[in-house]
Design a binder for this molecule. Structure first.
Ligand code: G16
Length: 568
């Protein structure tokens, strides 16, 4: 293979002052100025496409990563994304910058596709020093939509807060970036090895390694039998996002589900104009399929980049906190977890259902801030086997990201082994552990300053709330959540405000860290119920008093906020 060497020269503009010696490729040192808004949020840098397309914007951020992580030079990297608008252009820039920064080898998902969990698995599989995942997750796509970039480290997990802060600091001082001066295109649709200067590029099947990994964790034979009996009907909605090819390979080809089981399986750059988030608000059409008399027995859906999941049974969506608790309680039925769990973890706003399971199993349960990266230290240290979040994310120690199809297969494995429906499994779980009614009320606030005022006013009064009575409920205790990482001792403050009531209720307030316009206030409500005769009520009716208290304590009306944008 012809691999020309690199030729560096110092330039102060994009005009070359000297020609490269024959057979060498030029590295262009482009002078740039910092942007001041490149601080990664809950999971990477997410912005409207128009922001990313400004001259130098993407390049500045990528170079800030290369400058902060010198170990990436001379190493291997994984690159792939959820296929959204601007994915291909961004990959072309990334490849030219990786070559210019001395990266030796890059592994790219064919077509530029890699779901977030598949990329997380691929990074350690090819012994890469890290990976770039091009995604804005569940945010809408297309020219008017969002784009995003996430940097994951050698274990496949998201960069820590310390690292993302260092990258951000670098982005505030950046004055140049390196890029290969070539128009030579790389064909990311052609499997096999190509080269860009001294860097080799392997275009790989984005699905095979991921599917093989899941096949080792779950009892595919039992699931095949369930699917083949002809009575069991399931649907998976890929929402025209990245999981289509993964779900078709696993559910239809390897497990034998009939063609058509996977809905909206073709990834589209704009997700067909939809919001690719598997929840009852954004995937309402799919949820409706399960509410009628002709409902399938089982449903799953995933988001833009394949890390979220929604689980449905006949007439029922499984609340993410319940799903995590059920999986933890039944893990022994699944080959990959047959030896038991070392521990479990949930993000703070997630319902406490899994805590009750951990208590009974006699294993520790950790409460972390929102953001998958907080689970990674615990996973690396072997302290937890399963973890999950209210935001429709669940996964295990097999990866360092949440994994949508993994959760779907876990449920299928349980149904196949237990011979029970989703409903039966849930009801039995509530009988044994009690039910945590749970809802999230989201309020879009166009004025970010107003949202910050609201939160800081509440934060300032949080320590005075104990004993306060509203609508028949009394505050037992209230605080601002601080996390101390039990592995490295790092402290993360201001991770949400918590209010606990005398009757076993909990309210949590935080601002979303994944939006790209305005702000979203999230209010999480939870009420624990052990009385079986009351466990069949709807979350809306059980949580109504708590919602009233939550709105009153936050003085939403004073801020001109009354109706939630969505209730999930
Ligand atoms: C991301 C993180 C999740 C986190 C979620 C919270 O999800 O990966 O760990 O729970 O954001 O979002 P917010 O800050 O908006 O509440 P994803 O699927 O967007 O990558």
């Amino acid at each position: 293979m012809n691999m020309p060497a690199l030729y560096h020269t110092q330039v102060s503009t994009q005009t070359w002052q000297t020609a490269p010696p024959e057979g060498m490729m030029k590295v262009l040192t482009t002078i740039t100025r910092p942007f001041n808004d490149q601080k990664p949020g809950t999971a990477g840098l997410r912005k409207p496409v128009a922001v990313f397309r400004q001259p130098h914007y993407l390049e500045n951020f990528i170079q800030s990563i290369f400058d902060t992580c010198p170990a990436l030079s001379n190493a291997a990297l994984v690159i792939g994304g959820d296929g959204r608008f601007y994915n291909r252009e961004a990959i072309a820039i990334l490849l030219r910058m990786a070559a210019a920064n001395g990266v030796k080898r890059v592994v790219v998902g064919r077509g530029g596709l890699l779901s977030t969990p598949a990329a997380s698995l691929m990074i350690p599989h090819v012994a890469a020093a890290g990976g770039f995942i091009l995604t804005a997750s569940h945010n809408p796509g297309g020219p008017e939509g969002d784009f995003g970039i996430k940097f994951n480290i050698a274990n496949g997990g998201q960069a820590s807060e310390t690292l993302t802060n260092a990258i951000y600091q670098r982005s505030l001082n950046i004055d140049r970036y390196l890029i290969l001066d070539t128009a030579a295109g790389i064909d990311i649709d052609a499997p096999g090895r190509q080269a860009l200067a001294a860097m080799s590029i392997d275009i790989v099947d984005p699905v095979a390694h991921y599917a093989d990994t899941l096949e080792r964790l779950f009892d595919f034979e039992r699931i095949r039998t369930l699917v083949a009996n002809g009575k069991f009907r399931m649907r998976f909605d890929a929402l025209h996002a990245v999981t289509g090819p993964y779900a078709e390979e696993i559910l239809e080809h390897r497990l034998g589900a009939p063609p058509g089981t996977v809905l909206h399986g073709i990834p589209r750059q704009d997700f067909a104009g939809q919001h690719p988030d598997p929840n009852p608000h954004d995937a309402a059409g799919f949820v409706r399929l399960f509410m009628g008399a002709d409902s399938p027995d089982f449903g799953g859906a995933s988001d833009g980049d394949g890390d979220r999941n929604m689980i449905l049974g006949r007439g029922h969506m499984v609340s993410p906190g319940d799903s995590l608790a059920v999986l933890a309680a039944s893990a022994r039925h699944v080959p990959g977890y047959r030896d038991g769990l070392t521990g479990v973890a949930r993000s703070m706003p997630t319902s406490q259902a899994v805590d009750r399971v951990a208590g009974k199993l006699g294993v520790p349960c950790y409460e972390t801030p929102s953001g998958w990266r907080f689970f990674c230290n615990l996973l690396d240290a072997g302290m937890i086997s399963l973890c999950g979040e209210e935001s429709f994310g669940t996964s295990s120690n097999h990866a360092r990201e949440k994994d949508g199809l993994w959760a779907v297969l876990f449920w299928l494995n349980l149904i196949a082994v237990r011979g029970e429906t989703v409903d039966e499994i849930l009801l039995q779980h509530w009988r044994e552990y009690g039910r945590d009614f749970f809802q999230r009320h989201d309020f879009f606030i166009a004025d970010t300053e107003l949202s910050e005022q609201l939160m800081s006013r509440l934060a300032n009064s949080i320590n005075t709330l104990a004993g306060k009575q509203t609508g028949g409920l009394t505050v037992r205790t209230a605080d601002s959540f601080t996390y101390r990482d039990p592995v490295d001792g790092s402290i993360s403050r201001n991770q949400g405000l918590r209010v606990f009531t005398e009757n076993g209720g909990r309210i949590v307030y935080r601002l979303s860290g994944t939006g790209t316009r305005g702000a979203t206030l999230r209010i999480y409500l939870e009420q624990y119920e052990t009385d079986q005769s009351r466990q069949q009520q709807t979350p809306a009716s059980v949580l109504a008093p708590l919602a009233r208290m939550a709105y009153t304590l936050a003085r939403l009306e004073n801020f001109g906020i009354s109706t939630p944008t969505s209730i999930i």
